[in-house]
Design a protein around this ligand. Structure first.
Ligand code: FAD
Length: 471
């Protein structure tokens, strides 16, 4: 008999026989295994949890066996997609971690403009396959992020203003619910579960496969950064916020205040200086894109302009070097309808005291098609804001923890007065009190009701949790 200690939902530790999981085609990893320390790691190095048991299923049957095993033994359970969640919810302390990293296959059905994606795939896996057919799904902006966590939390990136959030583009899902049962969920079949999964952030089971709607996106994609000096940031952002609200849905422009990376079109003396980057894209033909982005590129006196047609999948990976795994990270985020003068002042002031070379203030532009969906259409509720600011504390040295976290919290707190009070569940580093709206917004109650019927014991609680409705 081969046993290992695993923590239960009630906090007690029991010894379980791992041989009973021998049906797994994939791997079973315990703390005695040499790969254990690597297997328990997630993207954010501040997360240091030690699961009692890690399993790597290769398909729905394996996932069912793992979930049933957890249910039989009342084990604490977590699910790892790409492991990028800032709160580290993929890995639980002492419990059973179901790591989907061996489930990354992607199959495109070009004639139907549909793609089937296994629950552990990364964004780059999907872009690689869909782009072979001149198609794309609206995903996030970093190719190593997991599709699972991103899509189940909402998901937005360069294509969202044109085609909606990632979750808006889900056509169907295969799900293993917390009781170990397998379901196919669509708008017609298991409709409540289908609704709740699209924004309910991992609270309702393990999605083993997603079907997404694809959109035509030419592999030659107009995109790139325009870089300004920090001293011009206020005037550039003031003009940006006006223009942003006039852009067609195909055009998107995010802003980043950070130390300049060594971009080839910048002078070497500008590398490492604090700058404002306008990162812009156009999801359509290059000529129309040149016209639509021209006003943004003409703002002020940029020190560099790298906007040109780039391979779409390459652009999707353009930010990867800035967000490589295993740095220490702490994020706080606000949604804004408008970037008013005070918010711009606060962002620029905070950028003057970046506590590390990797800290940044990111502002995503939303609206367009993503904003025209009714807030209760799917579980993802937040449709009324045009900008999401993510204050991205990032550093390497543990001795800088307090300084960097304090920098993030300071801007978060003073900017809060101008924000909507809502927050994107995938940008939440911890349970937050005091939000006016919170991650699930007006959909919270319906989600609690569905949680009660799908997961009455709240077995899937390693997430930004939705507690089952009472009685
Ligand atoms: P994980 O940590 O593996 O999982 C996150 C949560 O989802 C966990 O609760 C997990 O249990 C659950 N989960 C994951 N897969 C499944 C599944 N198949 N079935 C059931 N539950 C599952 N978000 C955006 O919207 N746009 C962006 O552009 C963007 N950029 C990012 C860039 C970086 C560098 C990082 C670190 C994050 C970014 N995010 C972005 C946030 C991202 O959406 C979240 O971190 C998300 O949780 C990542 O999903 P994951 O599968 O990698 O995470």
């Amino acid at each position: 008999m081969s046993t290992t200690d695993v923590v239960q939902l009630n906090g007690a530790t029991i010894s379980v026989d791992t041989n009973t999981l021998a049906a797994f085609i994939g791997a079973i990893i315990t703390p005695d295994d040499s790969v254990y320390d690597e297997a328990r790691q997630v993207w954010n190095a501040t997360i240091d949890r030690t699961p009692g048991l890690i399993v790597r299923p290769t398909g729905s049957a394996d996932v069912q066996a793992a979930v049933r095993f957890a249910s039989t033994h009342d084990l604490l359970v977590s699910v790892k997609g790409g492991g990028h969640n800032i709160a580290g919810s993929a890995v639980c302390e002492g419990g059973l971690m179901i790591d989907l990293s061996m489930m990354r296959s992607v199959r495109v059905f070009p004639e139907e403009r549909r793609v089937s994606v296994q629950g552990g795939a990364l964004l780059g896996d999907v872009d690689h396959e869909t782009q072979a057919f001149g198609l794309a799904v609206p995903l996030g902006i970093n190719s190593t992020t997991g599709v699972g966590g991103l899509a189940l939390g909402g998901g937005f990136g360069w294509l969202s203003r044109a085609f909606g959030h990632t979750a808006d583009n889900i056509l169907a899902m295969d799900v293993v619910t917390p009781d170990g049962a397998f379901h196919h969920a669509t708008a017609e079949q298991n409709a409540d579960l289908f609704w709740a999964l699209r924004g309910g952030s991992g609270n309702f089971g393990v999605v083993t496969s997603f079907d997404f709607k694809c959109h035509p996106v030419d592999p030659s994609f107009l995109s790139g950064p325009v870089v300004h000096r920090l001293q011009d940031a206020k005037s550039v952002l003031t003009e940006y916020r006006r223009l942003a609200l006039t852009l067609p849905d195909e055009a998107t422009c995010w802003t980043v205040l950070r130390k300049a990376p060594p971009l080839p079109f910048l002078k070497e003396s500008d590398h490492g200086q604090t700058v404002l980057i306008l990162a812009m894209t156009y999801a359509g033909d290059i000529e129309s894109g040149e016209r639509a982005l021209a006003p943004l590129r003409e703002i002020g006196s940029p020190i560099g302009d790298g906007v040109s047609p780039h391979p779409y999948a390459g652009w999707q990976a353009a930010f990867d070097p800035l967000v490589a795994p295993r740095a220490r990270n702490y994020w706080k985020s606000h949604d804004f309808v408008d970037l008013n003068d005070s918010v711009i002042d606060l962002m620029v002031e905070a950028a003057q005291s970046l506590p590390s070379n990797e800290c940044e203030i990111f502002t995503a532009q939303l609206g367009g098609a993503a904003g025209r969906v009714a807030p209760d259409q799917i579980a993802f509720p937040h449709r009324g804001h045009n900008f999401t600011m993510n204050i991205h504390g990032r550093w390497q040295d543990q001795t800088q923890d307090d300084e960097c976290i304090e920098w993030v919290r300071r801007l978060f707190e003073i900017a809060g007065a101008h924000a909507t009070g809502s927050v994107y569940v995938n940008f939440v580093p911890e349970i937050e009190d005091g939000r006016a709206v919170g991650p699930y917004g007006a959909n919270q109650k319906r989600l609690e009701g569905i949680k009660r019927s799908v997961d009455p014991q709240n077995r899937f609680r390693s997430n930004i949790n939705i507690a089952p409705a009472c009685g």
